[in-house]
Write a protein that binds this ligand. Structure first.
Ligand code: KG4
Ligand code: ZN
Length: 338
């Protein structure tokens, strides 16, 4: 069994992450060294700071992940790393160390698309079979609707034409003077606010396709702040956040249900950092129940960036018969999923 253990490294953006999983991709240890505090003063991720800290943090994190699982490197049977999309200098740190470990141990190396990690993460815990389904991935950089036929067989149904949902949360959080990342901060404030205090646009719900657009929503947030004459505070801020969050949730719920209707699939899964959003989880649960669709929500622990999802994707690809990746393969900051 030990020869089957998977070691995964994720350094695509600002989280340094290492995980060890069993041959089915079930996590044994999942470690993250977050850089959020480091980038917070800049209101966003600073690429050079991110890569320098990945190289400082990765080696000790790897050691602690292995010792945390009571393992020595010799017990690893497969090494995986995120090869894109993400920040080039950040991706290179994890990719390079993972390849070095694979060479040192003489074991196969799998380069994994970060978005495939998110996509499959709802099936990781509780562990279950990856059946055909509609996947909604809502992360900081992507908003994607994918028809998943099988592991590695993904068809793009829709994507954002401009900003991602997480990006809209973060940019509007910045406009409101909230700490980075804005998503969780807006979500916290929204629980105290009215959902119908402001009529933010529900962009693209009548577009007739499964694409998204969130930049108009961000602009209307800016226009509203200008109209209010100052950044809202107290109750006004809660109302702003409640109404803004509701607009994003409405759009995501509408498009996911529509994607299921169009594909005829009765199983849906949602992943990525924004899928931690409590309001989104509640509204999606109610809407899918009403439509007779089974919904799988990624465990919040595996929704924001982590390496357990990369280990799970690598194990799933291996089990599905995909060959290892070449050791001279490149990273790709713009890697596509479908
Ligand atoms: O998947 P992720 O960790 O990183 C990327 O691959 O981009 O997603 C990060 C995004 C950020 O935009 C963050 O604001 C958002 O997820 N996020 C949330 C919540 N938690 C994280 N957005 C809304 N509500 C939340 N509770
Ligand atoms: Zn991510």
């Amino acid at each position: 069994m030990s020869a089957e253990l998977v070691l995964a490294i994720e350094t695509s953006c600002d989280e340094t992450a290492v995980a060890v999983a069993d041959g089915l991709g079930r996590p044994l240890v999942n470690r993250i060294a977050s850089q959020i505090k480091l980038h917070a003063p800049y209101g966003g991720v600073v690429p050079e700071l991110a890569s320098r800290n990945h190289s400082l943090d990765l080696r000790p994190l790897l050691d602690s992940a292995l010792s945390g699982a009571g393992l020595t490197p010799r017990e690893i049977g497969l090494v995986a790393a995120t090869s894109g999309p993400g920040l080039a200098s950040s991706l290179l740190v994890g990719d390079t160390l993972a390849k070095a470990v694979a060479v040192g141990l003489g074991c196969p190396f799998y380069s994994i698309n970060h978005m495939e990690g998110h996509l499959l993460s709802p099936f990781l815990h509780p562990h279950r079979q990856i059946d055909p389904h509609v996947a909604l991935i809502v992360s900081g950089g992507h908003t994607l609707l994918i028809k998943v036929v099988a592991v590695g067989d993904y068809r793009l149904l829709g994507s954002t034409k401009d900003d991602a949902a997480g990006e809209a949360f973060d940019k509007v959080g910045k406009l409101l003077g909230l700490p980075y990342p804005g998503g969780p901060e807006i979500a916290k404030l929204a629980t105290e606010g009215r959902r119908d205090a402001h009529a933010f646009p529900r962009s693209m719900v009548t577009s007739g396709d499964l694409n998204f657009s969130f930049s108009g929503l961000k602009t209307s947030a800016r226009v509203l702040i200008d109209r209010l004459g100052a950044v809202p505070r107290g109750e006004e801020l809660a109302d702003f956040c409640g109404s803004f969050e509701e607009a994003i949730v409405d759009i995501l719920v509408f498009k996911l249900i529509e994607a299921c209707r169009r594909t005829g699939l009765r199983l849906a899964a949602i992943s990525g950092g924004v899928s931690c959003n409590q309001r989104l989880r509640e509204r999606l649960t109610a809407a899918t129940e009403k439509a007779g669709i089974e919904l799988i929500l990624a465990d919040p622990a595996f929704s924001t960036d982590n390496a357990a999802m990369i280990a799970f994707a690598a194990a799933s690809r291996r089990l599905a018969g995909y060959p290892p990746s070449p050791l001279d393969g490149d990273i790709n900051p713009n890697l596509r999923l479908a």
